[in-house]
Design a protein around this ligand. Sequence first.
Ligand code: ZN
Ligand code: ZN
Ligand code: FE
Length: 759
Amino acid sequence: MSLSYKKVLVSGIVQGVGFRPFCARTALEMGVAGAVRNTSEGVVLELEGEAALLDAYLNRLETEQPDAAHITSIEIIENDESRFVPAFGTFSIERSIRREEQKVLIPPDIATCDDCLAELEDPENRRYHYPFINCTNCGPRYTIIKDLPYDRPLTTMSSFPLCERCREEYEAPADRRFHAQPNACSDCGPRLELTDSRGGMLATGDDAIAVLVNDLLQGKIAAIKGLGGFHLACDARSDTAVEMLRKRKDGPHKPLAIMVRDVEAADSIVVLSPTAQRLLGSTRRPIVLCPIRKGNGLSPRLAPGQTTLGIMLPYTPLHHLLMKHFRALVMTSANRSDAPIVCENDAALRELSSIADIFLMHNRDIHMPIDDSVVMPYGKSAILIRRARGFVPSPVSLPFRAPVIAGAGGEMKATFAISQGNLVFPGQFLGDLKQLETVVFYKRAMTHLLRLYNLHPKYLAYDMHPQYLSTHAAKESLGDAAEETLAVQHHFAHMAACMIDNGHHGDTIGVIFDGTGYGEDGALWGGEFLAGNLEGYRRIASLYQTSLPGGEKAILEPWRFALSLLKESFDAETAIALGATLWPEYSIKARAIVNTMHSAQKTTSCGRLFDGVSAILGIRSVISYDGQAAMELEAVARGRLAAPFALSCQEGFWILDWRPAIRWIADRIRSVETSVLSEAFHRGLSRSVAELCEILSRRTGIRHIALSGGVWQNKRLLSLTERLLRRRGLIPLIHHSLSPNDECVSVGQVAIGAAKWRK
Ligand code: ZN
Ligand code: ZN
Ligand code: FE
């Protein structure tokens, strides 16, 4: 038997995720000898064994990698003289080597693992009930890393010198805590403290949790410091507590996410599909949107007007200790209105004292704040609604190697993205840049990522909108570094992001349905059919264009845009008369709006179309949070009817005309149920989209249809359209690892920039 030797470099997210112990375990199991170590380029393995065995071993590394790991490549290092393994016949975990260039990827934060949970609940264990227990398989990562290499001195754990026992674990290659950077115990690690809203100490340690539990049961509101920032928490059963939280913070209707004790509790509160259960339990621990179970014992005020509720499982030891006492707690991001999540103790006391009665804090700093991610189960996979904790900073792949490019992103759901080689790193959801604090957060997050990876973008791709605050924020973060810039049309960026998300790089038809984005002609686009690839596009069809009276106000008050839909579908007088019966309280304003409509901005927005139909159906005429009217419209939809839409073509440009549908719906408001009319709108639109796609496909020869834009978060529209496209022999591309909403725009910008600037 001849032994062969192999040295390989494994790249990707392979450090701080329990990858080396996994390599060692698998090697011992298979009888592979060798060693593994971290380097600044990735994990290096030296292996000895029969050639076939080594191949099988590497194959297993790829297929069975730990949940939180993400291998981007396994390269064989040929002719490398620097063998570092002294003795074969065993498998060992060696000390780290550092080199100049940094190629290792930073892992996202990882939910507490089962081993740590068992220890947390074991009275004999020295970490019994220690709220900061973690190991190489779990714990904080992205949120505590200040710089690379990922080592304790460069994290916010640097202020906690390891005690003797923790150090032994940290230094023992066979230990589950070998090089677990946030390793700690109650002797040497972070501590809990509970204070009142003025910072006055109430309790510490176990007592802090006991007092907090009692206060929550009495209906108080707590600010709780978590992994990526503070949550506001209250008893999810109590209408009074939920109402009070609404009054103090989120307004009357915005859905509040809850944390539930375990899967059983989840199953009693929502209808849990196998997909939902898998998403809920994944190490990323996102908020999962699930259908509400009737009579679940929780306050109906959690998600008024919605049929789904956002739920998540505990993901830190502190959550586990707390959730033993509750079936469900409201756990919503702690911030003022739309400002970024609060992450510092001082800031929490300063900014949340008018909302929370008590504060559960600790002294482990959060270096990079990050919100909970939100996902919606869709078939066997999921649609991302918000991509943040647990996902960031994992990269997505580009089809080719690109220079370092920054994508500035959109404005309302701001993100940035940076390319390096054939990877793009999308930053986390940052919020609405119209808030000054969000601009500060944006610059901080971008500067941080650039510094971590030692990247200096010479290229900047940004939205064509002349006033997007993301463009300014990105330029300020980069200083004068960007030598070349590129303005990218908003919906083209959406299409590119969806292509990247599917690893598809050929010609594509993009059906981009969203709120509004700046069009090449200065109008507000938002219902667009584009044909092209990363190199360029043509706009080949759109929704019928109409006026958007009052700009920003029309977004907050969908009845205003509904008047525009009615005027286009009937005439001015009919619109005024219908408006007076539908929204009598606005009848005087309505006349003025209709009469001045001709001078308003023009839009093809599909998001606004949904809002307007919601207002016409009397579902929601004034909103209190973004997307409310369209979400409530989707929530009521049921039935089999389809409203008629029309297709027409002028000089090769196609129009998807909603006017017949508006007339059809308006004629039936009194005679047909709202839910049936809502469904008919969804069905009619999806049929018409599929039909138009087939026509466009025949004319262009393109069969891939990319569906991007916030409207595609509408599960009903998405599933109907996807099915109809398939039935017509087309290939729908939907988002998988990016959100369809404006969060994906930064990645699209980078991809388009990469196609332009690659050499
Ligand atoms: Zn663990
Ligand atoms: Zn210790
Ligand atoms: Fe958009």
